[in-house]
Design a protein around this ligand. Structure first.
Ligand code: PXP
Length: 240
């Protein structure tokens, strides 16, 4: 099972001061040391966190699978073809959303997605489509020529009890359908340390793509050490 770690939030913190730290490449390197099988970033049209320079550096420094999340727009497709990440995940993108809100609207966008999938695949990039847990959407994904789908687990993650069981069932059925028609099946969005196990247990699922909960935990588990190191510098100097 592959774990792709999304480091967008590292760039979000950097952009709070428009400075140099924290550096997404360093976060990616530490994530890989921790066992990440892949690194994901979302290059948004508004560049609110990850920017073109980050993508360039990550492409040079990441020795595992680099997955670029992106909208299927002309500008970003051009960048993907030039930078050649190992993999692209096509997502819907709205300027005012806090995070990707849903899967691709396959019925509406299928034709343009199909063209973009071809362009990306012709450049040697593996293509995944971020879709809602719907068997129809999986069939349409197959028709686009994509290699794999990432099933949106946001509804599963946001629910509890019986409603969550229902959402889990939708994800399970979607994964089975994808595999049955020859697509690799991944999942992601909203997964955390409490809800991830039941998704990881699904038969045949290839990879999980997780950002927010890992970065949130990293901030907290790293706090004690960060303060201790600063205290040592204040009390004893840096030894120069
Ligand atoms: N997969 C996709 C396609 C996403 O857009 C995101 C959010 O950037 C994730 C996975 C990760 O979601 P989360 O940050 O909730 O773990």
């Amino acid at each position: 099972m592959i774990l792709g770690v999304n480091v967008d939030h590292i760039a979000t913190i950097r952009q709070a001061r428009l400075g140099m730290e924290p550096e997404p490449v360093m976060a990616a390197t530490l994530a890989i040391l921790g066992g990440a099988d892949g690194i994901t970033v979302h290059l948004r049209e508004d560049r609110r966190h990850i920017n073109d320079r980050d993508l360039d550096l990550l492409k040079s420094f990441v020795p595992v699978e680099l997955n670029l999340e992106m909208a299927a727009t002309k500008e970003i497709v051009k960048i993907a073809v030039k930078r050649r990440p190992d993999m692209v995940t096509l997502v819907p993108e709205k300027r005012n959303e806090l995070t990707t809100e849903g899967g691709l609207d396959m019925r509406k966008t299928m034709k343009s997605i199909k063209n973009v999938v071809k362009t990306l695949k012709d450049s040697g990039i593996t293509v995944s489509l971020f879709i809602n847990p719907s068997e129809d959407d999986i069939e349409m994904s197959k028709e686009t020529g994509a290699d794999m789908v990432e099933i949106h687990t946001g509804s599963y993650s946001n629910e509890k009890g019986v409603k969550q069981e229902k959402e889990l069932l939708r994800v399970i059925k979607s994964v089975a359908k994808a595999i049955d028609i020859g697509l690799k099946a991944n999942a992601g969005h909203g997964l955390n340390y409490i809800n991830v196990s039941r998704i990881a247990e699904i038969d045949g699922i290839s990879g999980l793509y997780i950002g927010h909960s890992i970065i949130s935990r990293a901030v907290l588990v790293g706090m004690e050490r960060a303060v201790r190191e600063m205290k040592e510098l204040i009390n004893h100097g840096c030894g120069r």
